[in-house]
Design a protein around this ligand. Structure first.
Ligand code: TYD
Ligand code: MG
Length: 454
């Protein structure tokens, strides 16, 4: 039998390779490759078809009702889960350190417990006294949550097996260690093995398990991406430092829609739900200024209006700056290229700064038109009427393409008091009374109409 060679794994994305490298070929991160203990070889492949037992194969059709979900009572949290927590499922909650993961999960734990679910909260990061102090600050000291502080996964699983709670929260996966794996806590091998044990425990015992994972900057600690493929649901808790908004986003969900968001506000007494995010994101708008455009977007199943801000300024000699916050920088380059090639409006020699106000991340191509309008408005120094929203995808030819859920976007805009919308021609408008909709076929038409040039 050949001896298995040493392998290496990336702590950022979990990709394995035969040799060490300074940069991970899979995800491009630097200094994240760590040596990993070799996996056992298992029985020889040839014997596999004879040594197993046959398992029953069944039909897809079933009379069984779908699993009953447990609802937390925190609407924004339940929405992101797809309507509540599914028993025997594993959920990963990732996010930057200090963003509020422990706060969110302690609040969710208390809320689940109050609806009658039995909840265990295992902290490997903080002492019991710290967790109790936080619970007190959140006004949750009386909630019937069972608390443990432990990092040895064998002891944790033994305890959970005896207690059989409905929900177990493990905070965080990077602090857990298994005595069967010879690697430091936080290494790819430990994190992966610990997550695997927790997920299989969830399936075997019917306990819903929520695993917290820190997004790590340095390469020696494995990040949550290493375990994304093992769990049923992956949620990320995001937000800009200095902003009080926090967004819980589902990026994978075997039991519900992905890309759903829940919006929270970090207050002195914990996270508060934001039921109407559009109003919140637009609340801080100033007087109409060049470069400011309202985008009618869709996050998950819900329309969200956000302000897109652009600033264009003469650049010093050299290559001009392209600084983007909350949007994809590749998308900005594409839109700048289309404006140059199709409308004859170059941005050479100009610094461009682009920003989504409020700390939201916008991933939709539907934001293209709003971005282009913000860039044009900033470049021409012409303010866009503040009662106007924009959305639509821009193709490389400069044509505008209709986007999904046009009617929902228009309704949200109308609800928030907007009176005009600029949308791609051929959009399925539906009936939205009180809103003047201007359909445009391409970017040149937008330039001509809005800025009187072309
Ligand atoms: P925490 O939940 O500990 O973050 P994580 O578990 O993701 O590392 O939250 C830490 C931050 O949240 C901390 O900087 C203080 C802030 N915070 C509030 O603003 N209000 C509160 O009521 C609580 C509990 C925390
Ligand atoms: Mg924490």
């Amino acid at each position: 039998m050949s001896r298995s060679a040493t392998t290496f794994a990336c702590t950022a994305c979990g990709a394995t390779s035969r040799k060490w490298a300074g940069r991970c070929e899979a995800c491009g991160a630097w200094n994240t490759i760590q040596e990993e203990a070799p996996l056992s070889q298992g029985p020889g492949a040839r014997a596999l078809t004879q040594r197993g037992k046959t398992v029953p194969l069944t039909d897809l059709g079933t009379e069984e009702p779908p699993p009953a979900r447990i609802s937390s009572g925190i609407g924004e949290f339940d929405r992101v889960l797809g309507g509540g927590l599914v028993p025997a499922s594993a959920v990963l909650v990732g996010g930057d350190p200090g963003i509020g993961k422990s706060t969110l999960l302690l609040q969710a734990a208390a809320s689940f417990a109050r609806t009658g679910a039995r909840v265990a909260y295992v902290s490997g990061e903080e002492a019991s006294a710290q967790v109790r102090l936080r619970a007190g600050r959140l006004g949750l000291a009386q909630a019937p949550v069972k608390l443990a502080t432990e990092t040895a996964l064998r002891d944790i699983l033994t305890t959970l097996d005896a207690e059989r709670p409905d929900l177990a929260i493990v905070d965080s996966i990077q602090t857990m260690w298994l005595d069967t794996v010879e690697a430091a806590p936080g290494s790819v091998a430990q994190v992966r093995a610990a997550a695997h044990e927790l997920v299989s425990f969830a399936k075997r015992r019917g306990v819903a398990v929520v695993i917290v994972g820190h997004v790590t900057k340095e390469g020696t600690i494995a990040g949550p991406r290493v375990v994304e493929h093992m769990v049923d649901t992956v949620l990320y808790f995001e937000g800009e430092r200095g902003h009080q908004f926090r967004i819980l986003r589902s990026v994978k969900n075997r039991f519900g829609p992905a890309d759903e968001i829940g919006v929270f506000e970090m207050t002195g007494t914990g996270l508060a739900e934001v039921a109407n995010p559009s109003a919140l994101f637009l609340s801080a708008r100033d007087a109409p200024a060049p470069g400011s455009v309202v985008f009618a977007g869709i996050e998950g199943t819900r329309p969200v209006l956000t302000e897109i801000q652009a600033l264009v300024a003469p650049a010093p000699p050299g290559s001009p700056r392209r600084t983007v916050v909350g949007l994809d920088s590749g998308r900005l380059s594409t839109i700048l290229a289309v404006l140059d090639a199709r409308c004859g409006i170059p941005f050479t020699g100009l610094d461009v700064f682009l920003n989504v106000a409020g700390g939201l991340r916008v991933n939709e191509p539907a934001a293209d038109l709003a971005v282009a309008a913000a860039l044009l408005s900033a470049r021409e120094d012409v303010a866009i009427p503040p009662d106007t929203v924009f959305f639509g995808e821009i193709s490389l030819s400069g044509a505008l393409r209709p986007v999904a859920q046009t009617e929902n976007r228009l309704k949200e805009a109308q609800k928030l008091g907007f009176s005009q919308a600029v949308v791609p021609a051929g959009s399925r408008l539906g009936a939205v009374p009180g809103l003047k909709v201007r359909e445009m076929a391409d970017l040149t038409a937008v330039v001509g109409e809005m800025f009187g040039a072309g």
